[in-house]
Design a binder for this molecule. Structure first.
Ligand code: XIL
Length: 366
């Protein structure tokens, strides 16, 4: 007979969603719990407002996710408005505290990215600038959250073949300061300050057959081979999952790319899943559009789940009402590309993810 004392019972109940419009018993098993059956996580980008202690938002993020990722609060420009100013950690501290209260693990996003910089950082260009501004930023943030963050997107979007550099690197202030070495330096600084964290390179536009995506895959693999070969502490690769129904998915190409990452000894995460619909999507019924978005996500996630290196899947928001895609341009204002709709009801994408997680036959060893 299984006997539970009061303490174990409270501990066991702590992870259950708060009672909402649906009773806890009627609620389906969360995606985080389903992903955990094969040793993986499911998570979402969150904002500090999403996870403030009230409302439908936090209930959904609590019920569905085992991992949260701050959507913008940890970016350099969110912490430091103007170059040289003191960082403001209030929003990030609030997310860290909310995650601790609800037993969520946190991915950190992101330490080095060319967007969302402090005012004045666009002009940084020398090694001295790196030492004065960038190195202390990386050390401070990773050090402050060394016990709170289990995975970091250390460098985000380093590759851009269209920028014309022979090594396919994106030309950014970081590249101007240290050249290619900025990536290795960023990983070393993060590893020194947060030795237990798993450190990821994170990049986008890697799933499809188009030539421009092939060049991006080449750039990513070359950079990772170089880092791993030099003994830099890089542990994983994050594939932003900003999918697009207008592009051509080729399963063989994607499997080969995953295999190359595995051969480098890296773990793999799908870090920012959502689906951009075709511009003519408005002509179809919402139900048909949602089915199409679900099928697009299903193609990528089902292949990725065949890799034991896959640690987890994170969507970039849960509900379309909060999707960053909708704010990007007027023709995306009603984009349907996330696992919950505007009213926080599950969409076909949620069903697809749930059944793929539940049926995964290739566990990630934890
Ligand atoms: C987006 C956030 O969702 C927005 O709130 C913010 O205004 C801009 O950045 N790739 C990334 C993410 O790596 O950090 C971006 O997040 C989306 C694209």
């Amino acid at each position: 007979m299984l006997l539970l004392d009061r303490r174990s019972l409270l501990t066991a109940c702590a992870g259950l969603p708060l009672a909402g419009p649906l009773s806890a018993a009627a609620r389906p098993v969360g995606l985080g719990e389903l992903a955990a059956r094969s040793g993986r996580y499911f998570g979402s980008a969150v904002t500090h407002l999403d996870v403030a202690d009230a409302g439908d938002h936090v209930r959904l993020f609590d019920a569905e996710c085992s991992v949260w990722v701050p959507a913008w609060e940890m970016k350099w420009g969110a912490l430091v408005a103007k170059l040289g100013a003191a960082p403001d950690y209030r929003a990030t501290d609030a997310i860290v505290a909310a995650a601790a209260r609800r037993g969520k693990r946190l991915r950190g996003h992101t330490l080095v990215w060319h967007e969302h910089l402090p005012a004045g950082a666009e002009g940084l260009s020398s090694q001295a600038d790196w030492q004065r501004f960038v190195a202390p930023h990386i050390a401070a943030v990773t050090g402050r959250y060394r016990d709170a963050i289990f995975e970091w997107d250390v460098v985000n979007e380093a590759i851009e073949p269209y920028d014309g550099a022979a090594n396919l690197m994106r030309r950014t202030p970081f590249y101007a300061m240290l050249g290619l070495d900025y990536v290795a330096e960023a990983f070393r600084l993060a590893a020194d300050a947060a030795p237990a964290a798993r450190l990821y390179l994170n990049d986008d536009h890697l799933y499809y057959a188009e030539d421009w995506q092939e060049r991006r895959r080449t750039g990513v693999l070359r950079l990772l081979e170089r880092l791993v070969g030099a003994g830099v502490p890089v542990h994983g690769f994050g594939m932003q999952g900003h999918l697009d129904t207008r592009l051509r998915f080729d399963e063989g190409i994607f499997r080969r790319f995953l295999a190359r990452l595995e051969d480098l000894g890296l773990t793999i995460a799908i870090t920012e899943l959502d689906v951009t619909e075709a511009p003519d999507a408005g002509g179809r019924s919402v139900a048909a559009r949602r089915r199409r978005a679900a099928a697009e996500a299903g193609k990528i996630v089902s292949v990725a789940l065949d890799s034991p290196a896959l640690t987890g899947v994170v969507t970039w928001g849960l509900s379309d009402a909060d999707s960053w895609l909708r704010r990007r341009s007027p023709d995306m204002a009603d984009n349907q590309g996330l696992p919950f709709d505007d009213a926080y009801r599950p969409t076909p994408m949620r069903d697809t993810l749930a059944s793929l997680f539940a049926s995964s036959r290739t566990p990630h060893p934890t």
